[in-house]
Write a protein that binds this ligand. Structure first.
Ligand SMILES: *[C@@H]1O[C@H](CO)[C@@H](O)[C@H](O)[C@H]1NC(C)=O
Length: 255
C-alpha cells in the first residue's frame, strides 16, 4: 500500500465509526492497493426481506446478471421480478479497470454487500474499482443524492487557494469532456501541469444517467471541493451516480 493512500481519511455524512471500520477492512480485505474497499451503506428506508422470499430470489438473480454482464463493458443495469418483489440493480467499474479487474472487483463486492446488508432491500457498496447498488425502487436515470461520502489525503498543499482553483478547473474540464457526446463511457481522466507539480484527475458517472444528468451530478460534487478536500493533496467525492478523484500522483491506468 502506498504511503499516500494509507494516509487517506474517510468522511461520511452518516456515521463516524465508518472511519475505524474503513481502516480495519482496508487492512484485512484489501486485495491490492488498486482495489481497496471504500464504503458501504445498507438502506433501512425500503425495509427488509426475509430469507427464501421472492425478493431474495430476485436479488440473487440480478447479482448473477451483473456479474456476468458488467465485466465486458464496465457497466450494466438489471431488474428482476414484479412489484412488490421487483429488484433493480446496477454495477459500474472504474473506467480504466480492465475487464478482469472489473470481474474480480464484482466477485468481491457482491458477496460482501450481501454479508454486510443481509436482509436490507436496498444497499450500495464501493471499492476502488467498482460499485454495486440495488433497491426495490426504480432509481435508474436519477441522480443519487442520498449516498455520498468523501475521502481525502491528510497532507496539505502549500497554496490551498490556488490549488483548489486548479483542481476545480481540471475536474470541470473532465466533466465537460465526459458529456461532450464523444464519450459514451461517461468516464474521463486527465492531468494538468500546475507549475510546481502535476495534478491528476478522473470523473465518472453511472451509465443509466443521460449525459446532461451526468454533467449535473459532476458539477454538484465538484462544488463540494471546499467541503471534502480543501487544500488537500488528494480527494474524492464518491456517490451512487457519479464520483471524482484527484491526486498529485498518477493513479489512472492508461487505456
Ligand atoms: C493540515 O491542515 C489542518 C488544518 O490546518 C491541520 O489540522 C492538519 O494537521 C494538517 N495536516 C498535516 C498532515 O499537516
Amino acid at each position: 500500500m502506498s504511503s499516500s493512500s494509507s494516509a487517506e481519511r474517510i468522511v461520511s455524512f452518516s456515521i463516524l465509526a465508518i472511519a475505524i471500520q474503513f481502516l480495519f477492512i482496508r487492512s484485512v480485505f484489501s486485495q491490492s492497493q488498486n482495489n481497496a474497499f471504500l464504503f458501504h451503506k445498507c438502506s433501512d428506508i425500503e425495509g427488509k426481506f426475509t430469507s427464501k422470499s421472492p425478493y431474495e430470489t430476485n436479488l440473487n438473480s440480478i447479482f448473477r446478471q451483473l456479474s456476468y454482464r458488467v465485466p465486458s463493458t464496465g457497466f450494466a443495469s438489471s431488474s428482476s421480478g414484479n412489484t412488490p418483489d421487483k429488484v433493480n440493480g446496477l454495477a459500474l467499474c472504474r473506467g480504466d479497470a480492465s475487464s478482469s479487474d472489473c470481474g474480480s472487483c464484482l466477485a468481491i463486492a457482491i458477496p460482501e454487500i450481501s454479508r454486510r446488508c443481509p436482509d436490507n432491500k436496498a444497499g450500495i457498496i464501493w471499492y476502488d474499482n467498482c460499485l454495486v447498488k440495488y433497491a426495490s425502487t426504480n432509481f435508474f436515470g436519477k441522480i443519487d443524492f442520498e449516498n455520498r461520502f468523501y475521502l481525502y489525503n491528510v497532507n496539505n498543499v502549500s497554496d490551498p487557494a490556488s490549488f483548489n482553483m486548479q483542481t476545480k478547473t481540471l475536474l470541470t474540464e473532465l466533466a465537460k469532456k465526459v458529456t461532450a457526446g464523444i464519450n459514451n463511457k461517461l468516464f474521463a481522466a486527465g492531468e494538468k501541469n500546475i507549475g510546481k507539480q502535476m495534478l491528476y484527475g478522473l470523473v465518472q458517472c453511472t451509465r443509466d444517467l443521460r449525459s446532461e444528468s451526468c454533467k449535473a451530478c459532476l458539477d454538484g460534487i465538484i462544488g463540494e471541493i471546499p467541503n471534502c478536500c480543501d487544500g488537500k493533496e488528494g480527494g474524492r467525492v464518491v456517490g451512487g451516480s457519479c464520483n471524482f478523484r484527484y491526486e498529485i500522483y498518477p493513479f489512472v491506468t492508461d487505456a
